[in-house]
Design a protein around this ligand. Sequence first.
Ligand code: AVI
Length: 337
Amino acid sequence: MQMSRSSAIRVVSPDDSNTPAPQQRRHAHGSAEVVAEIGAGLLAARPHISPKYLYDGLGSKLFEAICELPEYYPTRTEAAIFAQHGADMARAIGAGAVLIDLGAGNCAKAASLFPLLQPAQYVPVDISRDFLTEAVGRLQQRFPEIEMTALGLDFSNGFALPDSVRRGRRLFFYPGSSIGNFSPEQAVSFLRGLRDNAGADGGLLIGVDLIKDTAVLDAAYDDALGVTAAFNLNMLRHLNRLAGADFDVGQWQHRAFFNEAGSRIEMHLEARAALTVRWNGGEREFARGDRIHTEDSYKYTRQSFVDLLERAGFSSAQVWTDPSNWFAVIHAQATPS
Ligand code: AVI
């Protein structure tokens, strides 16, 4: 993290003479809690914003575009694993489960498994409610026989499932290596929460990105077309709306690289020049080269992830990979607590 000594942090208080006049203040669309969370991240010694703010309506569409990029291997590699080993996975899982799709997005991955898994109920969960509602509407027309219950919520800090989610055998589906966006410690506590909600005979089907050549990893998060850069920079527009901030997107640039010691891709937004950012309740000066950390994407070995699953209360892991060992899909049983 590059932070210049000249960076200054200042919280604007109501009696501060430099406080903008009320008419100059921008309206924040986020709740007071969200504005406070964003402000705290921007004021931290190492500024950071949760990656969940990458996903407004446009962010979700940009992420879909990333998944089509030649450099971004996880989506197509995982799809190839499902295509080749889906029938084996379905045998391990069994038909008639309550399929809870975490971070469902356009629901396409789960939908491709419906014929094999034959779920009793499909429960897509996503933070972007509008995007989800549209996708589920289309899907219900294609699969009218499957009960569908869409949940628009942020599950990253744990969640309680409403009564509309059946109590039967629950299969949590968490593809796309999104688990990599948690630190390993956060991943263990998140997966423990799933284990506690899985019910008798419940389980988990999860996609995990594996450690590989650094050049392949770097290119996947800094593509030639600049789609990942747009995805990262779009967060600033989202923050402008949520926190009434005045980020000028043109003043920032995308940075992404593999941190080998931490076994993670790090994504940052870097100031192109010295500048001041204001938001509802605060402001901060950034020097040229200062960064805001926006995302980590942890990469695992097969064994290190199976060990992590065991720490989280899952056992009997079955692992399917591609021929290059770039990606793994893992099914594990919830161990009764
Ligand atoms: C959603 N998540 C698994 C993606 C990843 O690879 O960590 C998010 C992403 N960030 C940049 N490109 C894709």
